[in-house]
Design a protein around this ligand. Structure first.
Ligand SMILES: Nc1ncnc2c1ncn2[C@@H]1O[C@H](COP(=O)(O)OP(=O)(O)OP(=O)(O)O)[C@@H](O)[C@H]1O
Length: 619
């Protein structure tokens, strides 16, 4: 989106979305500022009519009427401007946040992994706030003093052009000096903003890791660490305030001297009968007004420049171009039987360090494939490529014969049901979380999905059954319960291709048995690609692919692979049957396999056999 590239374009974009509202707003603000000058001028005419030698009664009442009418008009226009401004910023704030979240969801997963979710959320809300603040400053604090200045100059020129020139120059000098000084103080505001950002980040981190804090009895330690950050923030804030107050004091002094000087001069001219009483009144009130306005103007300009820097910084983060967007001519994926093909796929998060090497796999529709291998072999990366969370640097992935880069990401993900290793749940009810897969599913369908996934019983035992709130990220549920809800959600989606990324990793043996039936129902008549550390999950699958360092080292039906003496799959199987748990067994095995990664595949196989010779012999 080009308007995310610069703060000006950003502002302009959201003004253009509602041109009439903002035009009306501009007219109302200008109208109320002009009326306020009219009020001053009507007052001058009124006083002149009252104090003039002829004292025409009718003229006095006419000017009084005009004065009162202008006072009412000014307030009415001001109120209308405030209401329109409120409306414009509120509705634009909704648009901005929706657009930003829409744009954010188009970023690749690493973008989110590299950012704190809390801070991104704050930035999205912050953008709406900044838009409102800038529009408010420009229309309520920059435009009125400028119009007042122009109006005052017109009145002063009609009274005394010399004085108009002097006051005009003074106004410009005072404003420029204040802006220059204010910008120097920018460094204090910047320092405060940075410290405030750090405190915010620390708080999010602390609360997000509250379990660790409690488990390590680190409550006092963390409080004193936080106190350090808060103290730094407080001193930066104090320096900023002190600076602003110094500026205000300086301005008040200049204001007193200038207004006093102007009045003395005006009264001198009035004594010499060069100007009227009304002129003296209008000169003094307008001088006071524009010099006061110069401070508001300077403050508003400084503030706006700071808001612009914050806007630029936020757009630099949120508005980075999306690296993985749909192709221009992308069509919807035409879902067929669910054939998945990876053809010569080479992929690395860092292209110079591939995690998958020239990998080819054809998975016919309806086949159930288990992907096994040591930790870091690239199993999850393979599933991510099928979901197109990344594009491979070489080769391609196709579903039902269509290259997934040529179909819309939405249609691709519609066609896949995924149960990840760590099931993410919204801070919503269980019902809403399961129904997320199919928003129009009836309650009955949700219950059925939950029963199939083996989670109906425990859900009904929750305090509010299906209406129970699962807590942020599902913290009110156990890991196994979350995973079963994840399976129910995938079941409800009813997609042709099912991806399981260690879907049973968080289940104990008892729960696993409960879920096994659910999983079997989920995968029935579907293409299944399952990453599994717990090999029992895939024992009944049609095929097992063993990945080591991003390469396929074995591929075949599990029974056949199990018969291969010294084969990698057999080694892994033996280790689990022998009772070695995942942390001591598979990971260690994985590490050992990984060290052999640079050897040829054949050599690797031989080394694997040797490495686990002892274990094999015991079988
Ligand atoms: N987002 C990422 N950015 C950079 N490197 C990554 C990222 N995700 C994974 N990797 C690296 O890619 C390699 C393969 O990781 P992957 O998660 O695919 O392995 P895996 O076989 O699924 O491992 P595990 O069984 O431990 O889950 C690892 O070296 C890992 O460190």
């Amino acid at each position: 989106m080009p308007y995310l590239r610069s703060p000006f374009r950003f502002l302009l974009h959201y003004i253009r979305v509602r041109p009439w509202t903002f035009l009306l707003l501009g007219l109302l603000v200008a109208g109320s500022s002009v009326s306020s000058i009219g009020v001053q001028y009507a007052l001058k005419l009124l006083i002149d009519a009252m104090t003039g030698s002829d004292r025409i009664r009718a003229a006095v009442y006419t000017f009084l009427g005009a004065f009162l009418a202008l006072v009412v008009l000014e307030s009415a226009l001001q109120r209308a401007a405030a209401l329109t401004l409120g409306h414009a910023t509120v509705v634009s704030g909704v648009d901005i946040r929706l657009d930003m979240v829409d744009y954010l969801t188009g970023h690749q997963m690493p973008f989110f992994q590299n950012q704190r979710a809390g801070s991104l959320g704050h930035r999205v809300s912050g953008l709406a706030g900044i838009f409102g603040a800038i529009v408010h400053r420009l229309l309520q604090e920059v435009t009125p003093p400028l119009i007042a200045f122009v109006g005052a100059m017109i009145i002063f020129v009609s009274i005394d052009p010399g004085m108009a020139l002097v006051l005009g120059v003074v106004f410009v000098i005072v404003t420029v000096v204040l802006v220059v000084l204010g910008l120097q103080g920018h460094v204090h505001h910047k320092a405060f903003a940075e410290h405030a950002g750090t405190v915010g980040g620390e708080l999010v981190d602390l609360i997000g890791n509250i379990w660790v804090v409690k488990a390590f009895a680190a409550h006092r330690r963390e409080l004193s660490r936080l106190q350090g950050f808060l103290d730094d923030e407080a001193s930066a804030q104090r320096r900023g305030w002190f600076f602003v107050e110094q500026m205000r004091g300086l301005h008040d002094l200049a204001l007193a001297i200038l207004v006093g000087g102007t009045l003395i001069w005006a009264i001198g001219r009035w004594s010499a009968h060069a100007i009227s009483t009304g002129d003296v009144v209008v000169i003094s009130t307008m001088t006071f007004r524009i010099l006061h306005g110069s401070r508001d103007l300077a403050m508003a300009l400084i503030d706006t420049s700071q808001q612009f820097s914050y806007l630029r910084e936020t757009l630099d983060i949120i508005g980075v171009p999306q690296t993985l967007s749909d192709a221009d001519q992308a069509s919807r994926l035409r879902v067929g039987e669910g054939r998945v093909e990876l053809s010569h796929v080479t992929f690395g998060y860092d292209p110079s360090h591939p995690v998958l090497h020239d990998l080819s796999l054809v998975i016919p529709a309806g086949q159930k494939v288990g992907i096994v291998g040591p930790s870091g072999a690239g199993k999850s990366s393979l599933l991510q490529l099928i979901q197109r969370f990344h594009d491979p640097q070489g080769g391609h992935v196709a579903i039902d014969g269509q290259d997934i880069r040529e179909v819309t990401q939405e249609s691709l993900r519609d066609a896949l049901a995924v149960v990840p290793q760590e099931v993410m749940l919204f801070h919503r009810s269980v019902m809403e979380n399961i129904r997320f897969a199919k928003p129009d599913a009836s309650d009955e369908e949700v219950y059925r999905a939950a029963q199939t996934a083996g989670c109906d019983d425990f859900i009904r035992r929750l305090p509010h059954g299906y209406d129970s709130i699962v807590g942020e990220r599902g913290t009110n549920l156990s890991g196994g319960q979350r995973q079963r809800i994840g399976i129910a959600r995938a079941f409800l989606k009813n997609a042709r291709v099912v991806l399981l990324d260690e879907a049973t990793s968080a289940l104990d043996s008892e729960s696993e048995l409960e879920v096994q039936n659910g999983l079997e129902a989920l995968i029935e008549n579907r293409t299944v690609i399952a990453v599994a550390h717990r090999l029992s999950t895939i024992a009944g699958f049609d095929r097992v692919v063993v990945l080591v360092d991003g390469r396929v080292v074995e591929d075949g039906p599990p029974q056949q692979l199990l018969r291969q003496k010294g084969g990698a799959f057999r080694q892994l199987w033996v280790m689990q049957v022998e009772g070695l748990d995942r942390s001591t067994g598979i990971s260690a095995a994985g590490e050992r396999l990984r060290h052999l990664s640079d050897k040829s595949r054949e050599h690797l196989g031989r080394m694997v056999r040797n490495a686990w010779q002892g274990v094999t012999e015991r079988t």
